[in-house]
Design a protein around this ligand. Sequence first.
Ligand SMILES: Cc1cc2nc3c(=O)[nH]c(=O)nc-3n(C[C@H](O)[C@H](O)[C@H](O)COP(=O)(O)OP(=O)(O)OC[C@H]3O[C@@H](n4cnc5c(N)ncnc54)[C@H](O)[C@@H]3O)c2cc1C
Length: 439
Amino acid sequence: MRPRKRPAVPRLRPPYRATPLLRRARFQASSRREASSHDLRRRESRRHWWRNFGRRVRVAPRRARRGRDALRLRPRRRRAHGAAEVLDQLTHCNCRVLTDRLQFFGGIGGRREVMEDGTELRFDHGAPYFTVTNDEVAQVVGGWEARGIVAEWKAMFACFDRATGKFTDFEKEGSTKKYVGVPGMNSICKSLCSEDGVVAKFGVTVGKMDWLQDRSSWSLASLDGKDLGNFDYVVATDKNVGSPRFSGLTGRPPPLDLSLFPRLSVMVQDIPVRPCFALMVAFSEPLAMVPVHGFSFNNSDSLSWAFCDSSKPGRACVPPNRQSWVLHSTAEYASKVINHIGPRKPSVDALAKVAEELFREFQATGLSIPQPIFMKAHRWGGAFPAIAIGGDDKCVWDKSMKLAICGDFCASPSIEGAVLSAMRGASKIMGCLNCPSGL
Ligand SMILES: Cc1cc2nc3c(=O)[nH]c(=O)nc-3n(C[C@H](O)[C@H](O)[C@H](O)COP(=O)(O)OP(=O)(O)OC[C@H]3O[C@@H](n4cnc5c(N)ncnc54)[C@H](O)[C@@H]3O)c2cc1C
């Protein structure tokens, strides 16, 4: 019996588009009939594409149909480790990226603390807020603001003179726009990590970076020797990436062996830093004698700043009259403590002693500071880089080794500096990938 002839599924030519239904019908039709050599070739090429999907970075110049001329970077499983802000740029390029982070505290950045009665408290124990002066960064931050990731913190700041016990230098209202992440500073990194094509991995310290000359790629391993894979590009965001300070902290050689990269070693070797202790503290009632949301200290040996964390947008305390504050120590006080206890992670007892000392100084202001319902100190050993190594580029870039070193230590010791540096690093990589800048 002659097989019944199936109706042919029409093939459309541009400008018509095959609808999903039509595509399915075409697929069903092709799978019913015996495969022609053309079909086999097509299937093999598809299998090949999927096999390689996620394995290689290949920039495929593709003249996009329907009037869009574009260079498209197909997503790969290869990953770059780097500054969070780089992700935003690279994901515009449809590049699959993975970030590894040294620390995570119940989330990306930010600090979640649970009191003895089970109440949850959240603190911005790192940067309390940020400002923007650079136009490029302002454009990015404007986008974050429009998406509700950051908001303006309409806070009044002043200076407190420890010697006279008076507030002075009240900031003119609205003189500088202060931004905070909403509902926490970590919202920025969270949003970047949830971009399409980004795979974020936490709690993994990159312990070794080997440049494979023959493959023109990097091989990364974790601190405990696990292979993390090969990568076409690496963005390193740690100021200790090639510094002996890494050994002081971990007991291991730094990830990047700078003796192999003399050009970089001059720049990256040992970046001086200013440390800081942050004291997270919560009160059951507002500090009635403090008329501002943030203030710096004059004439204090151990305290430099105080910020009312719960006055930021999206952080209302429960119950509502509870207040949370973050105090910053002076760099001199932090250096003295770190010189005494050593560079490794401080013990719980050492942190409790720091918390006591800083809080005592807060109470000594005479601002009727009540007993706290929660108090905990955190050490930032390398809080602020004391120099910027990036020069006009705002990053360190080695094209031949496809390595970008980005971070605040390349531009300025602030979030704005870190974003700017990351944007510059990202545009170097995108230049190599022939990918138009995301900005
Ligand atoms: C107490 C304090 C107060 C501050 N106040 C302000 C302020 O008021 N305004 C302001 O603008 N800025 C402030 N800053 C500075 C601001 O936080 C930094 O400038 C900014 O976070 C730097 O960003 P970055 O991406 O360069 O580095 P980081 O934020 O340090 O990011 C580097 C990332 O790389 C990860 N990493 C490092 N090494 C490895 C490794 N080997 N393997 C895997 N992951 C690794 C780290 O875990 C980290 O997540 C403050 C900072 C501190 C600590």
